[in-house]
Ligand binder design. Structure first.
Ligand code: SF4
Ligand code: MSK
Length: 636
């Protein structure tokens, strides 16, 4: 099938993941094409990369010149700033829609569980239910979990539907952060309204003021971070359990040649949870044994994988840019997907190796894949059927199998509740608390390093180099998503990695017995970082708002619109956020100045940064952390 494979390219220039290199070598031998090959043959459009084009109406598409941004305007007269701000706003709207719809899915399940309509699920973490309910003013004393849960459901539904007012979780943010949002009209109403209004305002001939657009796409992004994503995290914890540290193996070596291998890849944990039950079902295990296998091996990939790894210790086989490569092992007996980050290219690779590619969510059918609709009222019907398909494929394996031997053990599952507990019961308690260690300088600051991998840059390399540089400079790193998996493969999610940290951070890690890099879960679990930041503010000694904290964020190899939404909600929450790869904006324009300076200097929030170089990225983030330390008077 390969039309675009270009043999001269050294595979080691494409990725630092040895397992992926080994599988890309095999793919070449087998004549199989992957996204790495297509990224080489398909050069990115330079006008689109700068966001200097508009196709919002049919008088266009209009192309402006990034080298002379104010030299011309679109047919309607739209300026470069309007065009870039509208494009950026639509990326935020799309990314926010993905996370908030994921959160809506979790909330739908929660409602059905509370009503007794989904008997195979239950509320697993009553303590978390009470905590979340209390955090938004719901009475819990003397009430049954069912009563509390119904009230919580009704309240959280407003995250989506409310026409006026503020979404419930916005009140969890530090007071001063809330005041800033109110001042600039940024506190979200329901996300349905915000995303709808964002799409309206970016239609031809509506909002043509980049500053006004920036306010609305900030509000839309906040409806994601403090809305849909936070709902997804909190409800998943309530239903499936709040993560606590667990030792897990990652990398392609978690596949087992003598087992039926089932991979789940996507984002929502509901189907994955049911799959975990199905693979442990004695009759299915027996069926696998009858087919000649030693058992059934369940493995995750991408974000639902990161979530199940953190919550239940399910092994993880790799991040976004390894999903095609792993099929090349020939050892995958079924790849089961739900929503988001599922490359259409998987269909052809799966076909080449006779692996069933199974879609399960009505939102995500893929031409050439087989669809088995997942139904939460009888979830095991769907997941049992998929396991049976995997067993059938195991029986008829007819291609040579090659599984890379790499496996890396690490500690994952640092929910913000656990970080709180681990660092002293409160963020400023008596025992090695986070705030005290920041104030005394052992920990210089905290960095969130998150996001995707992208074939336009060497897979995992920017993540790994950036994180090494940060911890070497005593910056504690928290991680989610594909970035967390990149660092886990590099062996940095272990307490032993403390020797790579600077003297202050390594002392703290050794005292507490924690890794210098803490894995928090999936993309929606970036909301855990918002709560952790809020706890740091509320504990005291580090300012009054998130914008005062010595923290920074990065998505060094991002590829998705969701990443833009996440970046924007961190910026709008007060965090300096640096992206790599490319940034969809023309430098030296008014809109660039808005995102890269004015949001911080004039509005008191965070701001964006950009560089593809991990060392420069670390330098920018550390300089920002030092600037905040100085402002707090703790720059000893
Ligand atoms: Fe061109 Fe304006 Fe239409 Fe955009 S909205 S395509 S800039 S005419
Ligand atoms: S899966 S959004 S590639 S982190 Fe969340 Fe990974 Fe990015 Fe998808």
């Amino acid at each position: 099938i390969s039309k675009t494979i270009e043999a001269p390219v050294n595979l080691r220039d494409l990725t630092i993941c040895d397992a992926t290199v080994q599988m890309l070598e095999k793919a070449r031998r087998d004549g199989v094409e992957t996204a790495f090959d297509r990224a080489i043959s398909m050069k990115a459009c330079p006008i689109g990369a700068d966001s200097a084009c508009c196709k919002h109406c049919f008088m266009g598409p209009c192309r402006l010149n990034a080298k002379d941004p104010y030299g011309k305007v679109g047919v309607c007269g739209a300026t470069i700033d309007t065009i870039m701000a509208r494009n950026f706003a639509r990326a935020v709207a799309s990314g926010s829609a993905a996370h908030t719809d994921h959160g809506m899915g979790m909330l739908d399940l929660f409602r059905e569980v509370v009503k007794g309509h989904a008997p195979e699920y239950r509320i697993k973490d009553v303590q978390k239910l009470e905590q979340v309910a209390q955090s938004i003013g719901i009475e819990v004393e003397g009430r049954t979990p069912e009563d509390i849960a119904m009230d919580l459901y009704k309240e959280l539904e407003r995250t989506y539907t409310q026409v006026e007012g503020e979404i419930p979780f916005a009140q969890r943010a530090p007071k001063k952060t809330q005041e800033t949002w109110r001042k600039y009209d940024m506190i979200p109403r329901g996300s349905m309204r915000e995303i709808m209004e964002m799409m309206h305002r970016t239609h031809m001939g509506v909002d043509q003021d980049f500053e006004n657009l920036t306010k609305q796409f900030s509000r839309t992004a906040l409806a994601d971070g403090w809305g849909g994503s936070m709902v997804a995290t909190e409800i998943s914890d309530i239903l499936f359990g709040t993560p606590k540290p667990v030792a897990v193996e990652v990398n392609m070596g978690v596949l087992k040649e003598d087992h039926v291998n089932v991979i789940v890849h996507g984002h929502e944990p509901n189907m994955f949870e049911s799959m975990l039950v199905s693979v442990n079902e004695p009759t299915l295990i027996q069926a696998a044994k009858d087919a000649g296998a030693k058992g059934i091996n369940l493995v995750g990939m991408c974000c639902s994988g990161a979530e199940m790894m953190s919550r239940h210790g399910v092994p993880h086989a790799g991040n976004f840019m390894s999903t095609e490569a792993i099929l090349v092992t020939g050892a995958v007996d079924a790849m089961v997907v739900d929503v988001q980050c599922i490359k259409q290219g998987l269909v052809k690779v799966a076909e080449c190796y006779g692996t069933p590619l199974l879609t399960t969510n009505y939102r995500c059918h893929i031409e050439g894949a087989q669809h088995i609709q997942f139904n939460e009222t009888k979830p095991s019907e769907c997941t049992d059927e998929m396991v049976i398909k995997a067993i059938t494929r195991f029986k008829s394996r007819n291609k040579p199998i090659e599984i890379p031997k790499m496996r890396n053990m690490g500690i994952h599952g640092f929910s913000h509740e656990y970080i709180n507990y681990m660092l002293g019961g409160s963020f400023r308690g008596s025992y090695t608390p986070l705030n005290d260690n920041i104030i005394n300088g052992r920990i210089r600051g905290v960095a969130g390093v998150v996001g995707c991998t992208n074939p336009r840059v060497k897979q995992d390399w920017v993540h790994v180099e950036l994180v090494k540089e940060l911890i070497r400079n005593d910056v504690l790193v928290v991680q989610t998503g594909c970035s967390q998996v990149a660092l886990a493969k590099a062996g940095l999610l272990t307490p032993e990695a403390a020797h790579l940290a600077g003297p202050g951070l390594s002392e703290v890690c050794e005292t507490v017995g924690m890794p210098p890099v803490l894995g928090l879960g999936s993309c929606v679990d970036n909301s855990r970082i918002l709560i952790a930041c809020t706890e740091m503010v509320k504990t005291g000694g580090l300012g009054d708002s998130i914008a005062d904290l010595p923290v920074a964020g990065a998505a060094p190899e991002y590829m998705s619109e969701k990443a833009i939404a996440i970046g924007q909600y961190f910026v709008a929450s007060g965090v300096y956020t640096v992206f790599g790869v490319t940034f969809p904006i023309v430098k030296d324009t008014k809109f660039h100045d808005m995102l890269f300076r004015r949001m911080e200097e004039e509005w008191g929030l965070g701001k964006w940064g950009f560089t593809p170089d991990p060392y420069e990225m670390a330098r920018l983030m550390i300089a920002h952390i030092d600037k905040k330390r100085k402002a707090l008077g703790i720059d000893k």
